[in-house]
Design a protein around this ligand. Structure first.
Ligand code: ZN
Length: 260
């Protein structure tokens, strides 16, 4: 409802410009819109992913500061609008019973972790504007057991904040792609276990982690009927669940804000 009011206000405010702004304007959220074809779009001076037809997308990180200055330029004119980005508060989740090497990996495991992180970061440099990923469905239907942004401790030791949503589905539940796209990574990794990464387009990448198995291959086109794999508990996990992560380029955003 709040979003609708914002959109309505925006339309009323800029009747002369063919620029439309939408999204979830909060930390972990996103801004998307339609500018004129060929326009350049920046948010606080950083480039949004923009297609030739003027559609664009930008992800807002967990710590995003209060204001997002959206600037859209074409040959003749500049449009600028400041959006207020709502702050969020994050809780701490304490996770116990984690294998000790998944909390304090040894030297060899640290090397493996670094290599996997580099490979995933590289995969997320893929740029495609074939799909515009503004609507997503749940990849599994299950209760939430972990939310985006929370600080976390493993066996009492503080580790990185949670970059996704955990859905506590039983082991073996099929995981369906929440939107169409292309598989850019599918492998077994140290922390994420069996993971599939889907390029949904416009710099947005879905992560599906801790899978029991993987049923797609790198390069495969997927849609909302494609089973990517099945829920499991591989990697740093204490029980069957799907970790659903969503990244705008290499910035983790909240997947639940994409559900319509
Ligand atoms: Zn998770």
């Amino acid at each position: 409802m709040y979003l609708l009011i914002l959109i309505f206000t925006l339309f009323a405010a800029i009747p002369t410009w063919a620029v439309e702004l939408y999204g979830a304007w909060q930390q972990g959220g996103y801004i998307y819109g339609q500018a004129e074809a060929g326009a350049q779009v920046t948010i606080n001076g950083k480039k949004a992913i923009t297609a030739e037809d003027g559609r664009f997308l930008y992800g807002l990180d967990r710590h995003f500061k209060a204001e997002a200055v959206v600037q859209i330029k074409n040959a003749e004119k500049t449009f600028e609008r400041t959006l207020i980005i709502e702050p969020r508060s994050y809780k701490t989740q304490h996770i116990k019973g984690v294998s000790s090497n998944k909390v304090n990996p040894n030297t060899k495991e640290l090397e493996r972790i670094r290599a996997e992180k580099a490979a995933i970061t590289k995969a997320r440099k893929t740029l495609s504007t074939a799909n515009f990923p503004i609507k997503m469905a749940y990849p599994v239907s299950a209760p939430l057991s972990g939310v985006y942004g929370s600080r976390r401790t493993f066996n009492g030791q503080e580790r990185s904040w949670h970059k996704g949503a955990d859905l506590a589905a039983p082991s073996g539940t099929p995981v369906v792609s929440p939107a169409s796209g292309k598989v850019i990574f599918a492998d077994e990794t140290f922390f994420s276990g069996n993971i599939v990464i889907v390029d949904h387009g416009f710099g947005l990448f879905g992560h599906f982690a801790h899978l029991k198995d993987i049923t797609v291959r790198v390069g495969e086109e997927v849609d909302t009927k494609t089973i990517l794999g099945h829920v499991g508990s591989t990697g740093r996990s204490t029980g069957p669940h799907l970790h659903w992560g969503l990244y705008f380029q290499n910035v983790a955003v909240d997947p639940l804000l994409w559900l319509q």
